[in-house]
Design a protein around this ligand. Structure first.
Ligand SMILES: NC(=O)c1ccc[n+]([C@@H]2O[C@H](COP(=O)([O-])OP(=O)(O)OC[C@H]3O[C@@H](n4cnc5c(N)ncnc54)[C@H](O)[C@@H]3O)[C@@H](O)[C@H]2O)c1
Length: 444
């Protein structure tokens, strides 16, 4: 299977002309915080803190060249003023009501943009309680078959594009975590996938129908949740054959982001690990959905893989063989979206002496996730215009379970991911890679 289109002598990326539609399945805490933030920034009321596309610079050439433009000036990205938002949700609340219920943003930040948010009303969703048991909704499509429902999504995409006179669209999954589904024969080829849609096979979850519809419409698709969704041979094959960029899975925000910062540090210094215990409390709707063991299983799988891949116990058995890794998420309503996480890390040093690291992270989930949605929307649109298709491994930086080509270990180390991201931008824009060798600065 192909990971992404190969480098070669690629033509310059097409410019970002016209308006870009950002469609999110899900209009909950993350999606509304993202939309409200963009509007607030557009009106000069906030700054895009946490967003690489808006705030980061990129070094080009040698250190002595002193060329460090903003990424947004180096790469042809859509501007915030170009963005138009739309969503699907089984709960009919408009974005203002949904943002108020999510309780992430304060009234003083919502009030100045209230009219804008109130005008964003979710389209009826493809939703089935079988896949998210803790939710029920009334704003739901009816259809003869899963194929029929997916065709209705395609129609929504086309109508949204025409209504808002958009040049392009991207889709970012910001909906609830679905139950754990293992890839089966239904996901092996696109023919089998489409037959399974026709016979309403249980292995085809709603998120897969959104992904299928997006790819069929030439719309890049990023998956912010740990659901299997587009990470199947069938949909990857479809994405490549239709020249569409995809990425996933599961936004890398709080505790896992910390893990991918600390674990590479331990490994870089050849310090051992005996165990890593992570627990957290959160009280938002996501926490409620994850209180269901079937949805938590999907999340757990996504969170557990990180340490093994970074630490490589097969290469360093003396340091990392058999360490214990436990992850708990506890639904605790009083905290709302303000998650509190505790990590206890038992590490091992010189002559086997044990040490401990404790992390107590009082984070705000959606505040960390919102800039990721923005960056993914802009970078996925850019990738598409640059002729990239299939898995966008260079966007692993944003995901807890980065998708990778079959048989390839995903890259979890945040700093390697960052280098990969920036080098991909340099590569696509015809600039030299930065190797950090640095010998050219010293006499040979
Ligand atoms: N906030 C973070 O830090 C973070 C990190 C990683 C992943 N995520 C994932 O992002 C997703 C969104 O998180 P959130 O906090 O906004 O959750 P949320 O519960 O506030 O919002 C999710 C929304 O999706 C809707 N929904 C459910 N099924 C749907 C479907 N089939 N089609 C359309 N809409 C549907 C729900 O009605 C809800 O409004 C979750 O899957 C979560 O696990 C969040």
């Amino acid at each position: 299977m192909q990971a992404s289109s190969s480098a070669g002598n690629r033509p310059a990326p097409r410019p970002a002309t016209g308006r870009l539609g950002v469609l999110t399945p899900g209009l909950g805490a993350v999606a509304t915080t993202f939309i409200a933030g963009v509007e607030s920034i557009r009106r000069g009321l906030s700054k895009p803190i946490g967003s690489l596309t808006q705030m980061a610079t990129i070094r080009l050439g040698k250190r002595t060249d002193k060329r460090s433009p903003y990424i947004k000036e180096f790469v042809p990205l859509a501007t915030l003023d170009d963005l138009v938002f739309g969503a699907w949700d089984p709960i009919p609340d408009d974005a203002l009501t949904a943002a108020r219920k999510a309780g992430v943003l304060q009234e003083k930040h919502l009030e100045p943009i209230a009219d804008f948010l109130a005008a964003i009303k979710p389209m009826p969703a493809v939703f089935d309680q079988k896949y998210v048991s803790r939710l029920s909704g009334t704003n739901v499509k009816k259809g003869k078959s899963k194929r029929d429902l997916a065709e209705q999504l395609r129609q929504d995409i086309r109508e949204f594009k025409a209504k808002h006179k958009l040049d392009r669209i991207v889709m970012v999954w910001c909906a609830s975590t679905e139950i754990y589904i293992k890839a089966g024969p239904q996901h092996a080829t696109i023919e089998q996938f489409e037959k399974a849609m026709d016979r309403n096979d249980e292995a085809i979850a709603p998120s897969m129908l959104y992904a299928w519809a997006a790819i069929m419409e030439g719309v890049p698709f990023a998956n912010g949740a740990p659901n299997l969704t587009v990470d199947t041979p069938a949909l990857l094959q479809l994405a490549i054959s239709r020249g569409v960029a995809v990425s996933g899975k599961d936004f890398k925000t709080g505790q896992t982001w910390m893990k991918t910062v600390i674990a590479p540090g331990l490994k870089a210094r050849m310090l051992g690990l005996e165990g890593w215990y992570s627990t957290n409390i959160l009280g938002n709707r996501d926490g409620e959905v994850l209180d269901d063991p079937a949805s938590f299983k999907t999340k757990e799988e996504s969170k557990l893989s990180v340490l093994h891949t970074i630490l490589q116990p097969e290469l360093y058995p003396d340091l990392y063989n058999g360490f214990s890794h436990v992850v708990r998420i506890n639904y605790y309503p009083p905290r709302g979206d303000n998650k509190e996480g505790w990590d206890n890390i038992d590490i091992v040093g010189w002559m086997g002496y044990p040490m401990q690291i404790k992390v107590n992270f009082l984070c705000r989930d959606s505040i960390l996730a919102a800039p990721i949605v923005l960056d993914l929307a802009l970078f996925m649109d850019f990738a598409q215009r640059a002729g990239m298709k299939g898995i966008q491994e260079w966007l692993s930086f944003y995901f807890k379970s980065p998708m990778a080509a079959q048989g390839l270990q995903p890259e979890h180390d945040l700093f390697i991911q960052q280098t990969k991201l920036k080098n991909t931008l340099r590569h696509l824009m015809g600039e030299d890679q930065i190797t950090h060798l640095g010998l050219e600065y010293y006499p040979s």
